[in-house]
Design a protein around this ligand. Structure first.
Ligand code: HXC
Length: 258
């Protein structure tokens, strides 16, 4: 858990891994180093059987103010295509472990996109979301045009991507981008509590629930319902289903960590 220069990694509660972006002077702008370190840390947590949920957060002022403009401004078309710029962020896809984004302050451009790559988004009342790339003569490049539209619908996605305006936490919650809003001072504690709750569930069931919800983004309704039903059936082959249902009937708390 050491050796990082742009993030700080910790385990603040049982079963919970925390990754805090730590480039305060650049408002956590996402350069190549940040990307490499975030992916490395989150994948290490994903591979750790002790960890059942991960929280990604930034500072009070900024979750992340976007991709690092100074790093990419001078790149040629050939360089961005040869590097497949930002494709590295796909390393956050396909994780079994649920990831909670805890967002305070600016979540702009790549910052908003990173938050949307997480499974669940908790916002401080100070959070501001936007895809202002248009003001820089480009468009979102880390999935923003796709995930934002699937999450909040065409009307708001077009508004944000075409005007570059930001939305506050209330608007983001109304639009369905954010699951809860909390006072800024309570943000990380709340996100860690939520993550600890998830980590206390059956890990198999949590991974299955995450996968089932994600299938919505990739399939038709009929395919999604079939996937959900088959996954539901498969869970009856797990000890966690036996434990969870027995615990309910015996009026006790389930223990999935036996
Ligand atoms: C590099 C950044 C940065 C960024 C802020 N900084 N955002 N550096 N890349 N995305 C740096 C500033 O240069 C400044 O450094 C320091 O952080 C503090 O920022 P200020 O602008 O002085 O702060 P403030 O006045 O409070 O304004 C905050 C802000 C503004 C509204 C967030 O910084 C801003 O508009 N940032 C850019 C937001 C943006 O366009 N994001 C999208 C990026 S494109 P110094 O050294 O001067 O103190 C993107 C593309 C994804 O994400 C893929 C498609 C290509």
């Amino acid at each position: 858990m050491g050796g990082y220069s742009t993030i700080v990694v910790s385990t603040p509660a049982e079963g919970v891994g925390l990754v805090r972006l730590d480039r305060p002077k650049a408002l956590n702008a996402l350069n190549h180093q940040v990307m490499t370190e975030v992916i490395d840390a989150v994948r290490a947590f994903d591979a750790d059987p002790v960890i059942g949920a991960v929280v990604i957060t930034g500072s009070e002022r900024a979750f992340a103010a976007g991709a690092d403009i100074s790093e990419m401004a001078g790149l040629s078309h050939r360089e961005v295509t040869e590097q497949d710029l930002f494709a590295g962020w796909d390393g956050l896809r396909g994780l079994r472990t649920p990831v909670v984004a805890a967002v305070a302050g600016h979540a702009l451009g790549g910052g908003c996109e990173l938050a949307m790559m997480c499974d669940l988004l908790i916002a401080a009342d100070t959070a501001r979301f936007g895809q202002p790339e248009i003001k820089l003569g480009v468009i979102p490049g880390m999935g923003g045009s796709q995930r934002l539209t699937r999450t909040v619908g065409k009307a708001k996605a077009m508004d944000l991507c075409l005007t570059g305006r930001t939305m506050d936490a209330e608007e983001a919650e109304r639009a369905g981008l954010v699951s809860r809003i909390v006072p800024a001072a309570e943000l990380v504690d709340t996100a860690v509590e939520v993550a600890a709750t998830i980590a206390g569930m059956s890990r198999t069931a949590a991974a299955a629930a995450k996968e089932a919800v994600d299938v919505v983004f990739e399939s038709t309704l009929a395919e999604g319902i079939r996937f959900e039903r088959r996954t539901f059936h498969a869970l009856f082959a797990t000890p966690d289903q036996k434990e969870g249902m027995a615990a309910f009937l015996e009026k006790r708390a389930p223990d999935y960590r036996r």
